[in-house]
Each structure stands twice: as structure tokens, then as C-alpha cells.
Design a protein around this ligand. Structure first.
Ligand SMILES: C[S@@+](CC[C@H](N)C(=O)[O-])C[C@H]1O[C@@H](n2cnc3c(N)ncnc32)[C@H](O)[C@@H]1O
Length: 353
């Protein structure tokens, strides 16, 4: 196999996935009248667009950044965005131009009811939880995250954390918080039969799927709880806690981190896997899938993180390493080390009390 050809083909396939997500964002922009509102206005920020449209500025900012990253709006700094004259021809001039194309995005990807609810979220500011996206969302997440979890977590990531593999082999108590469909639980419970594993997730659809998969795998050392991170046991119980690709989805990540701090043993380890991101727009521009990330944020991650009143709304790119470290230290963790396991989408943090 030619590794360059493999990497080029993989990038090409993911570019199509990015296209799918940007297509949904174009459809939302079309349905909400955002391109039409921006046409002829010159550079605007999210607040100005909110004033023009009566929509929520935080939602508009994430959508604008997706559009900027996709090259559909012009922006230098990720704060001010312009729909150029040419852009307006293609995306806004519905009645006057044969170049108009936004209407072609009708009926893309998400079910019409989900699109309607997302449009409502732009108005109210309140997003949809994973369960409100329907049963297929949990399955979609499972298909997305399973390859890395199945192939890299047990052979590479866990042995890369100080003392964790030995403890799992001897018999440890483990919690996977935001476990989704249980892919990591199954991989770990099969590899370490002397240890016991508990999965926590507020999504009924995800937990149902996880229960079914655990049963199919015939594992007796896994237990599932349909509840959020805040419901973790309050005593110092776990040798190892994992939060894989989910802290940035949580409406109250600070509360979740404090609950994890209470339930981890004094010599326990917490493994955070979260999206590779930087605190600045310029830093994030290195990501060739930036538009896919911001679009996914609007459709899924930020939406979940705003699904409760006063949600933090971090979103897909919101938990960069500096913020993660600060939040962990604020909750009483003293050890925080960043690992790069060459996962193109994620960084891994080893955290200890
Ligand atoms: C992107 S999925 C990741 C699932 C799984 N860890 C994986 O890697 O496949 C994010 C998960 O976070 C869960 N979640 C959202 N809010 C949560 C909370 N407050 N506590 C625990 N999990 C939460 C969602 O239900 C969803 O299953």
C-alpha cells in the first residue's frame, strides 16, 4: 500500500463529509434568510447580523465561522464576515440571478423536523440534546468514533498513561462518562476481564444501543446508567475515568468536572479525549476540516451544549488545551499532561488529583 495515496484518498473522502455538513449550513442560512440579510451590507459581526435578523448571536457566530472556513463568506479574523457581490449572486439573489444556487440545498442530510428545530434554536438560543436528534444520532456517533476507539484506545492510549495498564490488568473500577453507544466500554471490558466498567450517558438512545452491544458481546463486567456526569457517585470510587469526545457537548462541563473530581480515587487517572483546537481563529485555520467542525458544532455539539438553560455552549472547538487545563485545575486536579497519539481529530489529556 502507498501511504501517500492512502492519506490523499482519506482526505478526499473526509472532504465529501465536510461538503455534506456545509450543505446543511447553507440550507439553514437559506431558510433563515441569512444570505439575503447580509447581501449589500458589507462586513458584519454576529451581533450586527443578530440585530438585522432577530436571531441569537452565539448561534450566528458559529454559523458565520463555518461559512468563513468554507470560503463562502470573506473574513480575516473570524469576527467580521462579508457576503461579497459574487457571493450574493450565488447565495442570496433568488429572483434575479441564474447563478442562484442556495435553493438546491433543500432537503439535505438532516430530517426536516430536525432542521425545523435547529432553526427554532437560532431564534430561542436553546439547542437540542443528542436524544432530541432521534435514535439514529447515537448510531451515527458510534460509526464515527468506533475506528479509533476500537483500534487505538487499548493498544496505544491506555498503555501511554502512567501505571494505568497494570492497574486494569490487576482489576480496577472504571467509569466511561458520556459513553455513547459503549464502544470504549466493550473494547476495555474485553481486554481487561478482571476490571469492572460503568458507562454513564443521559442519552436513552445511546444507552439502549450500548446495552444491546454489551449483551451481544457477552460481557458480564459492564454496567450502564442512563444519567449525566453530575450523577456520578460522590465518594472517591474510580481508579480510571474516561470522557471521550464529550466534555465540549455537555451543557455544564464545569459541574461534570467537579463530579469527576469527587468520584475519582486520590491516585486515580482521568483520560480526556477532546477535539484538537486552538484558542484563536488563526490557530484553528491549520485544521483542513474547520468548516466541517463548525458545521457539526451547530448541528450537534454546540446544540447539545446549549440544550439546557444557561448551557456553556462550548461546541466542537470550544475545549482547547488551555481551557481544559484551567477547568481541571479550578476543580482541584493538580496534574495535567497533553498526549498526542497522532489522532488527526483529537488530543488526549492525562489528568490526576
Ligand atoms: C460525541 S458523543 C461521544 C460518545 C462516546 N464517548 C464516543 O466516543 O463514541 C457525546 C456524548 O456525550 C453525551 N453527553 C451529553 N451531555 C452529557 C452529560 N451532561 N453527561 C454525560 N454525557 C453527556 C451525549 O449524550 C453523547 O452520547
Amino acid at each position: 500500500m502507498d501511504p501517500d495515496k492512502l492519506a490523499a484518498l482519506s482526505l478526499r473522502v473526509w472532504s465529501y463529509k465536510q461538503g455534506e455538513v456545509v450543505a446543511l449550513m447553507v440550507h439553514l442560512g437559506d431558510q433563515l434568510g441569512l444570505y439575503k440579510a447580509m447581501a449589500g451590507e458589507g462586513p458584519l459581526d454576529a451581533m450586527q447580523l443578530a440585530q438585522l435578523t432577530g436571531l441569537d448571536a452565539r448561534w450566528l457566530l458559529e454559523w458565520l465561522r463555518c461559512q468563513g472556513a468554507a470560503g463562502l463568506l470573506e473574513t480575516e479574523d473570524g469576527e467580521m464576515f462579508e457576503l461579497t457581490e459574487e457571493g450574493a449572486e450565488v447565495l442570496a439573489n433568488e429572483t434575479g440571478s441564474t447563478w442562484f444556487a442556495a435553493g438546491a440545498f433543500q432537503g439535505v442530510v438532516a430530517a426536516p423536523d430536525t432542521i425545523r428545530r435547529l432553526m427554532e434554536a437560532f431564534r430561542t438560543g436553546q439547542g437540542l440534546s443528542y436524544d432530541q436528534l432521534g435514535p439514529s444520532a447515537a448510531h451515527g456517533v458510534e460509526r464515527l468514533t468506533a475506528p479509533w476507539t476500537k483500534l487505538v484506545l487499548v493498544p496505544e492510549v491506555l498503555p501511554g498513561l502512567r501505571g494505568v495498564e497494570e492497574r486494569l490488568e490487576q482489576g480496577a473500577r472504571v467509569a466511561d462518562v458520556g459513553c455513547g453507544a459503549g464502544v470504549a466500554l466493550i473494547a476495555m471490558a474485553s481486554a481487561y476481564p478482571r476490571s469492572t466498567f460503568e458507562g454513564f450517558d443521559p442519552s436513552m438512545h445511546a444507552v439502549d444501543l450500548a446495552r444491546q452491544k454489551v449483551k451481544e458481546a457477552g460481557l458480564a463486567n459492564v454496567e450502564l446508567h442512563c444519567c449525566p456526569a453530575a450523577a456520578l457517585p460522590a465518594d472517591a470510587t474510580y481508579d480510571l475515568i474516561l470522557t471521550l469526545d464529550c466534555l465540549h457537548d455537555m451543557p455544564q462541563p464545569g459541574e461534570a468536572i467537579r463530579a469527576i473530581r469527587r468520584s475519582i480515587k486520590p491516585d486515580g487517572t482521568w483520560l480526556i479525549k477532546d477535539i484538537r483546537s486552538a484558542p484563536t481563529w488563526q490557530g484553528n485555520l491549520r485544521n483542513p476540516m474547520l468548516a466541517l467542525m463548525y458545521g457539526t458544532s451547530v448541528a450537534t455539539c454546540m446544540s447539545s451544549a446549549l440544550s439546557e438553560p444557561d448551557g456553556a455552549g462550548l461546541g466542537t472547538l470550544g475545549l482547547h488545551p488551555e481551557l481544559a487545563e484551567q477547568m481541571c485545575r479550578d476543580a482541584g486536579f493538580s496534574y495535567f499532561v497533553v498526549h498526542d497519539f497522532h489522532d488527526p481529530a483529537n488530543l488526549y489529556y492525562e489528568v490526576r488529583p
